[in-house]
Design a binder for this molecule. Structure first.
Ligand code: PMP
Length: 384
């Protein structure tokens, strides 16, 4: 089976066959009746997934494009903004906001810590408010999924816009944009939405469209007003990645047909299964050992084994792709993503390959324990 590949990274993620089929359809023109119904349906489905009645703006970009659009459209140079950061992607908000000339006040945590609503409320009170508060729902570098509802509730009384990076979490864990008072939520196509990389979304609440809602930073391709005006005519401002929009539409259809609640429940159980298998091998979890950790499981490699070496060996020997560690976790942790088109057999495959490879690299692990524990944990609490 030379060449067989298994994709177990927290993005991009495997794409279901009907979505792949959509990619193979002839390209149609993007301003006309061949494309309009696809775009209309896709945008409507996105609203359902973000749980918002507001517009979801679609960009041909990766998730970072949506994040940059949030800073570029909300902020003016010199604005004070608060960024809650507990890892690599929280730090990305800091970098973008600094590039746009914002005065960034970071609420920083050690990588792996869980941000607290009290800390955010306290910092905002000390500062006397901020233009915006930037959050990362699922910090993909550590496996921590934070409590966006509580953090948004802590930030809102200050009058700051609440902006959420939901790139790796949307469709995997609950995000109630309207009910939780989130002003902007950003995501990308290649994670739990089960489509290939290349599309970014920014869901923008009505509060932001009101007067004073936006800032004066320069922007062109990512300008929200331009995007919204185009979408009102059921077009995009610029030529979109037509095949990707078709693919995303099909993927969202699958997600909604199965139901978001069912998807959230499956992700919780995939997380449980993965953690159970990891612990059965005697490995130490880096990500939290609870059901909040439903997106990616981060694991410390045993003493003496470099996680980058493990990642490479998994790919070369077994065609299994997992992710290594970012920044300070490089060489120390590996990460198994379980978002989107995954089932328990994917987890079992990933764990079996990790077990085999770690043993080859010299770890002392009883063979076969990981899969048995994972399958059992996946069934927990479920009547079959
Ligand atoms: N935020 C989070 C939480 C992510 O996981 C990622 C992708 N790993 C990004 C932002 C950046 O997305 P992209 O690579 O699509 O720009």
């Amino acid at each position: 089976m030379a060449g067989k590949r298994y994709l177990f990274t927290p993005g991009p993620t495997p794409v279901p066959p009907p979505v792949l089929q959509a990619l193979a359809e002839p390209v149609v023109h993007h301003r006309g009746p061949d494309f309009r119904p696809v775009l209309a349906r896709c945008l409507d489905r996105l609203k359902q997934v973000f749980r918002t009645s507001s517009d979801v703006l679609l960009f041909t970009a990766s998730g970072t494009g949506a994040m940059e659009s949030a800073v570029a459209n909300l902020c003016s140079p010199g604005n004070r903004v608060v960024v809650v950061s507990a890892g690599y992607f929280g730090d990305r908000w800091i970098e973008i906001a600094e590039r746009y000339g914002c005065q960034v006040e970071a609420v920083r945590y050690a990588w792996g810590e869980v941000p607290s609503a009290d800390d955010v409320a306290e910092r905002l009170a000390e500062l006397g408010g901020a233009r915006a508060v930037f959050l990362t729902q699922s910090e993909t570098s550590t496996g921590v999924v934070c409590d966006v509802e509580a953090l948004a509730a802590a930030a809102r009384p200050s009058g700051a816009h609440v902006v959420v990076d939901a790139v790796s979490s949307l469709g995997a864990v609950p995000l109630e944009m309207d009910a939780w008072g989130v002003d902007v939520a950003c995501s990308g196509s290649q994670k739990a939405l089960m489509a290939p990389p290349g599309l970014a979304m920014a869901a923008v609440s009505e509060a932001v469209w009101e007067a004073e809602g936006r800032g004066s930073s320069p922007r062109y391709y990512l300008d929200w007003e331009r995007a919204r005006r185009a979408q009102e005519k059921m077009e995009t401002a610029f030529t979109p990645a037509v095949p990707l929009v078709k693919a995303l539409d099909v993927a969202l259809g699958l997600l909604l047909e199965g139901g978001l609640e069912a998807a959230f429940d499956r992700h919780v159980r995939l997380g449980r299964a993965c953690r159970a298998g990891i612990k059965a091998m005697g490995l130490e979890l880096f990500s939290p050992d609870d059901d909040s950790s439903a997106v990616v499981t981060a694991v410390r490699t045993p003493a003496g084994i470099d996680s980058s070496e493990l990642v490479l060996a998994l790919r070369e020997r077994h065609g299994v792709q997992v992710a290594g560690g970012h920044g300070p976790l490089r060489g120390k942790v590996f990460r198994i993503g379980h978002i989107g088109h995954y089932d328990v057999f994917d987890i079992a495959t990933a764990l079996a390959a990790v077990e085999l490879t770690l043993v080859d690299l010299g770890a002392d692990i009883e063979r076969g324990v990981a899969v048995a524990h994972a399958l059992r944990a996946y069934g927990q609490g479920v009547s079959v």
